[in-house]
Design a protein around this ligand. Structure first.
Ligand code: MG
Length: 166
C-alpha cells in the first residue's frame, strides 16, 4: 500500500464562484486561482501524486500555462487518477478536511463525495469530507482564505491483496 497527503490554499474574494469537491456552492465569495480554484480537489490531486512520489499539482499543471486557465478541477483530478491507475493502483479510501469560516458546506458534502467517488471509481463510503472553522483565528478565520487537507490510501489494483468487492 501507499499513502499520500495533500494540502492546498486559496484566497477568497467577492465575485468569484466557490467550487469545492467538484460542486459549485452558493456563496458571495469564492476562491481565487488560475483554475476554478477548487481547493479540495487540488488537495486530493496532491495526495494522489504524493502517494506515488509523482511530484505535485503545480509541476503537472503549471499555473502559468494558459491551457489550465479557469479549468474545471475535475479534469485535473481525472488526469491525476489516470496516472495512478495507469501504474496499477486503486484508491482504498480518502479522508479530507476543509477549513473555512463561511459558508457552511456540510450540506453539500454528500454530492461532493458522490462527485469525487465517481471520478476515482470508488464508493461514496470510501470518500470522507469534513469541515471546520478556525474559530475566527488567522487568515481562514478572517475569511481571507480557504484551506483543504487530504490523505489518500492506495492499494494494488490487481493481485491477491486487491479488493474483490466494491
Ligand atoms: Mg490550488
Amino acid at each position: 500500500m501507499r499513502i499520500g497527503f495533500g494540502i492546498d490554499f486559496h484566497q477568497l474574494a467577492e465575485g468569484r464562484a466557490l467550487w469545492l469537491g467538484g460542486v459549485q456552492i452558493p456563496s458571495p465569495r469564492g476562491a481565487v486561482g488560475h483554475s476554478d480554484a477548487d481547493v479540495l480537489l487540488h488537495a486530493i490531486c496532491d495526495a494522489l501524486l504524493g502517494a506515488l512520489a509523482l511530484g505535485d499539482i503545480g509541476q503537472h499543471f503549471p499555473n502559468t500555462d494558459p491551457n489550465y486557465k479557469d479549468i474545471d478541477s475535475k479534469i485535473l483530478l481525472g488526469r491525476c487518477w489516470d496516472l495512478v491507475k495507469g501504474r496499477g493502483w486503486r484508491v482504498v479510501n480518502i479522508d479530507s478536511t476543509v477549513t473555512l469560516e463561511a459558508p457552511k458546506i456540510m450540506k453539500y458534502a454528500g454530492v461532493m463525495r458522490e462527485t469525487i467517488a465517481a471520478l476515482l471509481e470508488i464508493g461514496v463510503g470510501d470518500v470522507s469530507i469534513k469541515a471546520t472553522t478556525t474559530e475566527q483565528m488567522g487568515f481562514v478565520g478572517r475569511g481571507e482564505g480557504i484551506v483543504a487537507y487530504a490523505t489518500v490510501l492506495l492499494g494494488r489494483a490487481t493481485g491477491p491483496e486487491a479488493r474483490t468487492e466494491r
